[in-house]
Ligand binder design. Structure first.
Ligand SMILES: Cc1ncc(COP(=O)(O)O)c(C=O)c1O
Length: 410
C-alpha cells in the first residue's frame, strides 16, 4: 500500500502574520500572576498587596451601581465616562497643577495603553524616537512593536543629560530628520528612581520648543513622593501643546482595575481615541474609580501609601548599607518604587540575577532597560511588594550572591 502522510490537522499561520505582529514577537500565555509569591520579588513594579483597598472598592462599587448602574454596565464610547473625566480633571488641577478640559483627556486601559497608543499614533517603522536610558520596559516594548529606531540618552541624578540631547537633536537636524518624540519618566524614574530637577526640566523644554520636539511625559509615580517638594510637570512648563502627559491609577488605586490616562492637545486626544479598539475604556471600572476618587477615599489612600512605601524604601536603603560589599553603589529615590544598583567591577547583572533567582530572590537585570546595550553591571530592585522582613532577607541574600560572584572572578 502506498504510504500516505497523515492529513494536516494544524495549519501554520505564521507566514500570514503582519509585520507588526512579527516585530512584536509572542507575548506571555497562561501565566498565573501568583507565581511572584514563590520568591522574594524585587523584580516587578507590583503595588503592596496588603494596602489594596478591597473594602473601599466594594463600597465604591455598591454606590456606583446603585446610583447609576445602567451606565456603569453599558458600552461607553468615546474618550472616557464623564464622571471619571471630571474626577480626573479635579485631581490633575489640585495635585499636578494641570488644567485640562474634556477635550484634553483620554481615559485608557491602564497607563500602558496610553503609552502604546501614542507609539502607534506617531511611529512608523524606521522612525526615530528619543528616550532617556535606562528606560521603562513597557516603552522598550512599544518601540520594538512599532519598529522605532530608539536613540537613547543617558541619565545622571538630575535627569537626562541635556548636552547629549542637544547633540542628538543637532545631528538629526543635520541629517534632515525629526524625532517623533522624547520619552521620559520625570518622577522616581523606572528603573533608576531618579527625579528630574526643575532646572533640568526647563532646559529640556527650551530645547523641545526650539526643535519642535514632542515630549511623552510618563508620570506613573507622581503621587508617591516621600521627600522634598513636588516639581512642576513638563506639561505645565510647556503650555505650547508639545507635551503628552500620561498617568495611571495602578499605583494609587489598583493595578487590576486597569485605568490610566493621557492629557494632550485636543487633536492628539481625538486621534488616540480613534486608534482605540475597545469601544471605550471599561465603564464599570471607570465608574468605580470615579466613586473612589469623588468620595475623598483616593486622597486618604494616597497618604497611607506614601507612608507605607516611604518606610519600605528606608528599610531597603538601610539593608543595602548593611549588606552590600564595597564597590557597590545605588540610587536614593525620593519616591516611587525603585532603586538602581551598580554592581562592583567585574560582577555582571546576568550572573547576579541568575544566582539570586536560584536562592529565591527575584531582581531585574539592568540590560532589560536598554535597547542598544547597557546595564550589564546594574540591577533594579523594587521595594514596593515585600514586607520589611522579606526586604532584609532578600537584600542579605543578594549581598551574599554578589560576594560569591566576586570571589569566583577574584
Ligand atoms: C514608568 C511606568 N509607566 C507606565 C506604567 C504602566 O502602568 P499601568 O499600565 O499598570 O497603568 C508603569 C507600570 O509599571 C510604569 O512603571
Amino acid at each position: 500500500m502506498a504510504e500516505t502522510s497523515a492529513p494536516a490537522r494544524y495549519t501554520e499561520l505564521t507566514d500570514l502574520y503582519s509585520d507588526r505582529a512579527k516585530m512584536t514577537g509572542p507575548g506571555i500565555v497562561g501565566l498565573d500572576p501568583r507565581v511572584i509569591r514563590k520568591v522574594i520579588s524585587f523584580s516587578g513594579g507590583y503595588p503592596d498587596a496588603t494596602s489594596l483597598p478591597i473594602q473601599d472598592i466594594i463600597e465604591a462599587t455598591r454606590v456606583a451601581l446603585e446610583r447609576d448602574g445602567e451606565w456603569a454596565l453599558q458600552y461607553a464610547f468615546g474618550s472616557g465616562i464623564p464622571e471619571l473625566v471630571e474626577q480626573l480633571r479635579i485631581k490633575l488641577e489640585r495635585d499636578q497643577g494641570i488644567k485640562a478640559g474634556v477635550e484634553n483627556i483620554l481615559i485608557t486601559n491602564g497607563g500602558s495603553q496610553a503609552l502604546g497608543l501614542i507609539y502607534e499614533m506617531f511611529v512608523n517603522p524606521g522612525d526615530v524616537i528619543l528616550s532617556e536610558a535606562p528606560y521603562f520596559l513597557g516603552a522598550v516594548h512599544y518601540a520594538r512593536q512599532n519598529g522605532a529606531e530608539v536613540h537613547e540618552i543617558g541619565l545622571d541624578d538630575e535627569g537626562l543629560i541635556v548636552a547629549d540631547l542637544e547633540a542628538e537633536l543637532k545631528a538629526l537636524r543635520a541629517a534632515g530628520k525629526r524625532a517623533k518624540f522624547l520619552y521620559l519618566v520625570p518622577n522616581f524614574q523606572n528603573p533608576t528612581g531618579i527625579t528630574y530637577s526643575l532646572e533640568r526640566r526647563k532646559q529640556i523644554i527650551a530645547l523641545a520648543q526650539e526643535y519642535g520636539l514632542p515630549i511623552l511625559e510618563d508620570d506613573a509615580y507622581f503621587d508617591l513622593r516621600f521627600d522634598g517638594e513636588k516639581v512642576p510637570t513638563f506639561y505645565t512648563l510647556d503650555g505650547s501643546g508639545l507635551v503628552m502627559y500620561c498617568g495611571t491609577f495602578s499605583k494609587i488605586l489598583s493595578a487590576g482595575i486597569r485605568l490610566g490616562w493621557v492629557v494632550a492637545a485636543p487633536d492628539v486626544i481625538a486621534h488616540l481615541s480613534g486608534l482605540k479598539t475597545d469601544y471605550g475604556t471599561g465603564a464599570f471600572a471607570s465608574a468605580v474609580a470615579a466613586e473612589f476618587a469623588g468620595s475623598g477615599t483616593l486622597l486618604e489612600h494616597i497618604q497611607e501609601l506614601k507612608a507605607l512605601y516611604h518606610a519600605r524604601r528606608d528599610v531597603m536603603l538601610a539593608a543595602l548599607e548593611a549588606e552590600m560589599p564595597a564597590g557597590t553603589s545605588w540610587t536614593h529615590p525620593t519616591g516611587g518604587f525603585f532603586i538602581w544598583v551598580t554592581l562592583p567591577a567585574g560582577v555582571t547583572s546576568a550572573e547576579v540575577t541568575r544566582l539570586a533567582q536560584q536562592r529565591g530572590v527575584g531582581v531585574s537585570d539592568g540590560t532589560y532597560f536598554y535597547t542598544r546595550g547597557g546595564g550589564e553591571s546594574n540591577v533594579r530592585l523594587s521595594y514596593s511588594f515585600n514586607t520589611a522582613d522579606e526586604i532584609r532577607t532578600g537584600v542579605r541574600i543578594l549581598g551574599d550572591v554578589i560576594r560569591e560572584v566576586q570571589a569566583v572572578h577574584g
